[in-house]
Write a protein that binds this ligand. Sequence first.
Ligand code: SF4
Ligand code: SF4
Length: 101
Amino acid sequence: MNRPEKVHWIRPEKLSEYPTGPGFNAGHLVTINAGWRTFRPVIDLNKCTTCLRCYLVCPDGTIYKKYGKVAVEYDFCKGCGVCAHECKVGAICMEKEDGNG
Ligand code: SF4
Ligand code: SF4
C-alpha cells in the first residue's frame, strides 16, 4: 500500500504563515470541561501583545477577544498548555487548579 509522502513541518515565524485558524468561534463546543483539568492558562494582560498566536494554536478554540483583550473560555479549556508554550512573550502562565471549579 502506498503511503502519503512525508512532509517536514516547518514552524511558522510570522502570523501570515499560519494556515487558516480554527473554523469556529470560541464556545462552539457543546461539552464543557468535566473537571479533570489540573492546570489552567492565566493570561498576564500587561505582557500580552494581542498577537492572537494563542488563539491560532489552541486545539479547542477556547481563546477569544473580549473588549480588545485576549481571554480564555474556561468551560471548554482542557488545560493542555499549548497556548502557554507558544506565547512568544511569556504572557500565559499555567496555574494549578484550586479544585473549586
Ligand atoms: S500568544 Fe501571548 S501575546 Fe499573543 S495574544 Fe496570546 S497571550 Fe497575548
Ligand atoms: S490550555 Fe490548551 S485548551 Fe486551554 S486555552 Fe490553552 S491551548 Fe486552549
